[in-house]
Design a protein around this ligand. Structure first.
Ligand SMILES: [Zn+2]
Length: 507
């Protein structure tokens, strides 16, 4: 899809209008609450003790993704796979299991054949790998990070929140369902990547290739993102469930100079280090312009009516604004959001200088110097666009620019007015009740599902970590110290996937 059609599609469905968007003034739009009413909470009975034991054991496999990709523990992954087979016998008797990935086949695709093969499948995603434990933080852990200890009502350890909890919640729910004689109407696929924490170039990317060859269309994808947390959304104290509907892209460029070195006793005019430093400074100064993404407009269409009333005219202007112009109220929104580094990242392609290498000895002028700049692109900012932008900013023929990443573009936007979103909101309310606000949002990071969502056969990817955290502090366990999950909450997470399988029958 071209940029224009995508933007157009976004606006059109946002306003449920066609070409006559501009005939409607922002003031005429409805800005009442979009929250779903009348959903009854349902409790799902699970074998919580057994499930907690299994997640505890899962945490004990150190399936780490290191930045250095040669440092890869095949045995940890193989043992983890064996453990899954032993722990979920009905799943492994009923579903087809494949090991995929290039060059290393450690990602898992499970296929649960549906009764009606003509229906486009649903995909449930999660990842097996975890981030390493930073040595300098080890003494801050209250338990051994890979012990999987169960104490004080929590399962502790790396991967208990990110993201083995989701793998196991899905498998627990499936095991229960098969035991009850359930077979889904539409085929359900599970994709459990092995390198999500380094962008998924080996695992999820190839899983998406394989699945794209087999199916014309995917109806619904769910993957991890933010958990439910009270106060996670600025301006709202209440409990909030944010559903990711779009993800930014990923591009890393190496910026280099290759010139003549020399002896430090007789330096020439400008050293390579200074020439490169100047170039990098120019790149950082040439920030990409701010714009309001369709996913951000959707976010405020849902969230805006729940925010303080005096702010609502601004949020309404954002929710219904047009992409080819910026009103005063939208400009005010941009001014406010760009003050904070998190919300600023929603507004443009970010530029982060992450590496700088030059020199090997105190009395040698290095012949070369390199730096790496990482970009998280907005839609439309392809690697080519970014390289052009960088070259123009530098304006120095001596400096070379090269894409060194397994780049991914920004994704499509999932439909927040579609049946998939509604089904998800219903499942959230069935699991956690109605004392919460549900809203779509624009994910400034990304997970394995971006490999699906960036392609037109699977645009309707919704991301949420199906878990209620007690407070914002608990969120720090993600990639940090003392990662842990409440056992009771893990039970609800299993119930969530169980109900989602029921609700999928009516999608
Ligand atoms: Zn994760």
């Amino acid at each position: 899809m071209t940029k224009q059609t995508k933007l157009f599609k976004g606006i059109a469905s946002a306003l449920a209008l066609t070409a006559s968007v501009s005939a409607w003034a922002v003031e005429d739009q409805d800005f009442s609450s979009m929250q779903m009413q009348g959903v009854e909470q349902v409790e799902v009975k699970v074998d919580l003790e057994g499930a907690a034991q299994r997640l505890s054991q899962a945490v004990q496999f150190p399936t780490i993704s290191n930045q250095d990709r040669s440092d890869f523990d095949e045995e940890a992954f193989n043992n983890y796979h064996d453990f899954l087979v032993e722990s979920y016998p009905l799943v492994h008797k009923t579903l087809k299991r494949e090991l995929v990935g290039d060059p290393r086949p450690f990602s898992l695709i499970y296929t649960w054949e549906g009764k009606d093969p003509s229906l486009p499948p649903a995909v449930f995603m999660a990842h097996q790998d975890v981030v390493p434990i930073a040595e300098e933080s080890r003494d801050q852990w209250e338990v051994e990070p890979f012990s999987g200890e169960i104490k004080d009502g929590y399962i502790w350890g790396r991967g208990s929140l990110d993201d083995k909890n989701q793998i196991h919640a899905i498998l627990e729910a499936t095991e229960m369902k098969i035991k009850e004689g359930f077979q889904p109407e539409r085929t359900i696929l599970f994709v459990f990547g092995h390198d999500e924490e380094v962008g998924g170039p080996e695992g999820a990317k190839h899983a998406a290739d394989i699945i794209e060859q087999r199916y014309d269309k995917i109806a619904f994808v769910i993957d991890e993102s933010a958990p439910l947390i009270p106060g996670v959304f600025p301006g709202i104290r209440d409990n909030t469930a944010l559903i990711g509907i779009a993800q930014k892209g990923y591009v890393s460029l190496e910026i280099a100079i290759n010139g003549i070195g020399g002896h430090s006793s007789q330096p020439a005019g400008e050293s390579n280090i200074v020439a490169l430093a100047k170039a990098v400074e120019k790149v950082e100064a040439a920030q990409f312009p701010y714009k309001i993404h369709d996913a951000v407009r959707y976010q405020y269409r849902f969230m805006g009516p729940e925010l303080p009333e005096d702010q609502q005219p601004m949020y309404k202007a954002v929710a219904y604004g047009e992409n080819d112009s910026i009103s005063d109220l939208e400009q005010k929104f941009i001014d406010v959001m760009s003050q904070n580094q998190v919300t600023r990242a929603m507004l443009h392609t970010t530029t982060a200088v992450t590496m700088f290498n030059a020199g090997i000895k105190d009395n040698v002028l290095p012949p070369a110097a390199t730096a790496v700049v990482n970009f998280r692109p907005m839609p439309g900012d392809t690697p080519e666009v970014i390289i052009e932008h960088v070259k123009k900013a530098i304006g120095d023929e001596r400096i070379t620019v090269r894409d060194i990443s397994a780049s991914t573009p920004a994704t499509n936007v999932a439909d927040p007015n579609g049946e998939g979103y509604k089904m998800l909101e219903k499942t959230i309310r069935q699991t956690w009740g109605n004392d919460l606000i549900v809203s779509p949002f624009f994910v400034i990071g990304g997970s394995d599902s971006k490999h699906f969502q960036a392609r037109d056969f699977a645009p309707d990817v919704y991301t949420i970590t199906a878990l209620q955290l007690e407070n914002v502090k608990e969120f720090e366990g993600f990639h940090g110290v003392n990662e842990r999950i409440l056992v009771d909450e893990y039970g609800r997470s299993i119930g969530f996937f169980y109900k989602l399988m029921d609700n999928l029958e009516n999608l």
